[in-house]
Design a protein around this ligand. Structure first.
Ligand code: RB5
Length: 146
Protein backbone atom coordinates (compact mmCIF):
# COMPACT_ATOMS: atom_id res chain seq x y z
CA UNK A 1 0.00 0.00 0.00
CA UNK A 2 0.94 3.66 -0.30
CA UNK A 3 1.16 5.10 3.21
CA UNK A 4 1.35 8.84 3.94
CA UNK A 5 3.11 9.70 7.20
CA UNK A 6 3.66 12.92 9.16
CA UNK A 7 4.27 14.16 12.69
CA UNK A 8 4.85 17.31 14.67
CA UNK A 9 8.00 17.87 16.76
CA UNK A 10 6.65 15.73 19.63
CA UNK A 11 6.08 12.79 17.32
CA UNK A 12 9.18 13.19 15.17
CA UNK A 13 11.29 10.43 16.74
CA UNK A 14 8.47 7.88 16.82
CA UNK A 15 7.51 8.80 13.24
CA UNK A 16 11.04 7.84 12.14
CA UNK A 17 10.61 4.39 13.72
CA UNK A 18 7.12 4.01 12.25
CA UNK A 19 8.35 4.90 8.75
CA UNK A 20 11.13 2.29 8.99
CA UNK A 21 8.64 -0.40 10.08
CA UNK A 22 6.14 0.47 7.37
CA UNK A 23 8.85 0.20 4.71
CA UNK A 24 10.10 -3.07 6.23
CA UNK A 25 6.55 -4.44 5.92
CA UNK A 26 6.75 -3.76 2.17
CA UNK A 27 4.73 -0.57 1.86
CA UNK A 28 5.61 2.63 0.03
CA UNK A 29 6.03 5.60 2.40
CA UNK A 30 5.49 9.27 1.62
CA UNK A 31 6.88 11.32 4.51
CA UNK A 32 5.28 14.79 4.76
CA UNK A 33 7.53 15.86 7.67
CA UNK A 34 8.25 17.33 10.09
CA UNK A 35 11.95 16.56 9.80
CA UNK A 36 13.30 17.68 13.21
CA UNK A 37 12.29 18.31 16.82
CA UNK A 38 11.92 22.04 16.20
CA UNK A 39 8.46 23.19 17.30
CA UNK A 40 5.75 23.17 14.60
CA UNK A 41 1.92 23.21 14.52
CA UNK A 42 0.36 19.74 14.17
CA UNK A 43 -2.66 20.81 12.00
CA UNK A 44 -0.22 21.84 9.24
CA UNK A 45 0.96 18.23 9.04
CA UNK A 46 -2.37 16.51 9.68
CA UNK A 47 -3.85 18.23 6.63
CA UNK A 48 -1.06 17.02 4.32
CA UNK A 49 -1.69 13.36 5.18
CA UNK A 50 -5.48 13.76 5.30
CA UNK A 51 -5.56 15.34 1.83
CA UNK A 52 -3.25 12.68 0.36
CA UNK A 53 -5.64 9.97 1.61
CA UNK A 54 -8.80 11.87 0.77
CA UNK A 55 -7.61 12.54 -2.79
CA UNK A 56 -6.53 8.92 -3.31
CA UNK A 57 -2.81 9.64 -3.65
CA UNK A 58 -2.22 7.43 -0.59
CA UNK A 59 -4.20 4.38 0.54
CA UNK A 60 -3.90 5.19 4.25
CA UNK A 61 -2.16 7.63 6.58
CA UNK A 62 -0.34 7.61 9.90
CA UNK A 63 0.07 10.73 12.06
CA UNK A 64 2.13 11.11 15.23
CA UNK A 65 1.97 13.95 17.77
CA UNK A 66 2.37 14.11 21.54
CA UNK A 67 -1.02 12.57 22.34
CA UNK A 68 -2.41 11.56 18.93
CA UNK A 69 -5.44 13.69 19.77
CA UNK A 70 -4.81 16.98 17.98
CA UNK A 71 -3.79 15.10 14.84
CA UNK A 72 -7.05 13.11 14.77
CA UNK A 73 -9.22 16.16 15.46
CA UNK A 74 -7.53 18.01 12.59
CA UNK A 75 -7.46 15.09 10.12
CA UNK A 76 -11.16 14.37 10.69
CA UNK A 77 -12.03 17.84 9.34
CA UNK A 78 -11.04 16.64 5.86
CA UNK A 79 -13.83 14.99 3.85
CA UNK A 80 -13.56 11.22 3.63
CA UNK A 81 -11.19 10.89 6.54
CA UNK A 82 -11.85 8.48 9.40
CA UNK A 83 -8.93 9.14 11.74
CA UNK A 84 -8.56 7.26 15.02
CA UNK A 85 -6.18 7.61 17.92
CA UNK A 86 -5.13 4.18 19.18
CA UNK A 87 -3.09 3.22 22.25
CA UNK A 88 -3.76 -0.53 22.11
CA UNK A 89 -3.89 -3.26 19.47
CA UNK A 90 -7.52 -4.25 20.19
CA UNK A 91 -8.71 -0.75 19.23
CA UNK A 92 -6.36 -0.65 16.25
CA UNK A 93 -7.82 -3.92 14.90
CA UNK A 94 -11.41 -2.85 15.60
CA UNK A 95 -10.86 0.54 13.97
CA UNK A 96 -10.09 -1.27 10.73
CA UNK A 97 -12.63 -4.11 11.00
CA UNK A 98 -15.58 -1.99 12.15
CA UNK A 99 -14.83 1.64 11.26
CA UNK A 100 -12.68 1.29 8.12
CA UNK A 101 -10.31 3.86 9.66
CA UNK A 102 -8.06 5.30 6.99
CA UNK A 103 -5.76 7.39 9.22
CA UNK A 104 -4.07 6.09 12.38
CA UNK A 105 -2.92 8.61 15.00
CA UNK A 106 -0.37 7.81 17.69
CA UNK A 107 0.66 9.68 20.84
CA UNK A 108 4.42 9.58 21.27
CA UNK A 109 4.18 10.98 24.81
CA UNK A 110 1.59 8.36 25.77
CA UNK A 111 2.48 5.13 23.98
CA UNK A 112 5.94 3.55 24.09
CA UNK A 113 7.57 2.74 20.77
CA UNK A 114 7.33 -1.06 21.17
CA UNK A 115 3.56 -0.94 21.61
CA UNK A 116 3.19 1.81 18.99
CA UNK A 117 4.93 -0.34 16.38
CA UNK A 118 2.70 -3.34 17.24
CA UNK A 119 -0.32 -1.04 16.82
CA UNK A 120 0.92 0.07 13.40
CA UNK A 121 1.52 -3.53 12.24
CA UNK A 122 -1.91 -4.66 13.45
CA UNK A 123 -3.63 -1.66 11.87
CA UNK A 124 -1.92 -2.12 8.49
CA UNK A 125 -2.64 -5.86 8.37
CA UNK A 126 -6.32 -5.71 9.31
CA UNK A 127 -9.03 -5.47 6.65
CA UNK A 128 -12.46 -3.85 6.91
CA UNK A 129 -15.19 -6.44 7.53
CA UNK A 130 -17.90 -4.65 5.51
CA UNK A 131 -21.45 -6.00 5.91
CA UNK A 132 -23.36 -4.25 8.71
CA UNK A 133 -20.28 -2.15 9.39
CA UNK A 134 -20.40 -0.72 5.85
CA UNK A 135 -23.92 0.58 6.52
CA UNK A 136 -22.69 2.36 9.65
CA UNK A 137 -19.61 3.82 7.94
CA UNK A 138 -21.91 5.08 5.17
CA UNK A 139 -23.97 6.86 7.84
CA UNK A 140 -20.78 8.53 9.10
CA UNK A 141 -20.05 9.73 5.54
CA UNK A 142 -23.55 11.21 5.33
CA UNK A 143 -22.80 13.32 8.43
CA UNK A 144 -20.18 15.19 6.39
CA UNK A 145 -22.96 17.17 4.71
CA UNK A 146 -24.54 18.28 8.04
C1 RB5 B 1 2.59 19.70 21.21
O1 RB5 B 1 3.06 20.26 22.38
C2 RB5 B 1 1.33 18.89 21.48
O2 RB5 B 1 0.28 19.75 21.80
C3 RB5 B 1 0.96 18.05 20.27
O3 RB5 B 1 2.02 17.19 19.96
C4 RB5 B 1 -0.25 17.15 20.42
O4 RB5 B 1 -0.16 16.37 21.57
C5 RB5 B 1 -1.55 17.79 20.25
O5 RB5 B 1 -2.62 17.18 20.30
Amino acid sequence: MKIAIASDHAGYRLKTEVAALVKQLGHEVTDFGTHSEESVDYPDFAVKVARAVSQGESDRGILVCGTGLGMSIAANKVKGIRAVTCGDTFSARASREHNDANVLCLGARVTGSGLALDIVKTWLETEFLGGRHARRVQKISELESC
